[in-house]
Design a protein around this ligand. Structure first.
Ligand SMILES: [Zn+2]
Length: 87
């Protein structure tokens, strides 16, 4: 039996592996220490990358905030209009 491709191991970590391949890869992993070690190594590398790039999370937060403030402006505009028309 051939070993699991590194690309497929990464896809497994990302949850992007198609179900059929997922089952094959998992079945192989239960019997193959070599691929288990490889997967563990990839997982650690992914974690390190995430630690090294905390800016990614901050960027998402900034996105959410600007979205929220845009919504706030729109809501204000609407409430002003409602007030004007009721007068
Ligand atoms: Zn293997």
């Amino acid at each position: 039996m051939s070993h699991i491709d590194e690309i497929e191991l990464e896809q497994l970590l990302d949850g992007n592996l198609p179900l059929v391949r997922n089952l094959v890869v998992r079945a192989h992993l239960t019997t193959c220490k070599e691929c288990q070690a490889k997967l563990e190594e990839l997982r650690k590398t992914n974690e390190e990358l995430r630690k090294m790039a905390p800016g990614l999370q901050k960027l998402n937060e900034a996105d959410r905030q600007s979205e929220a403030s845009t919504m706030g402006v729109v809501t204000q505009m609407f409430s002003h209009k409602a007030k004007d028309s009721s007068d």
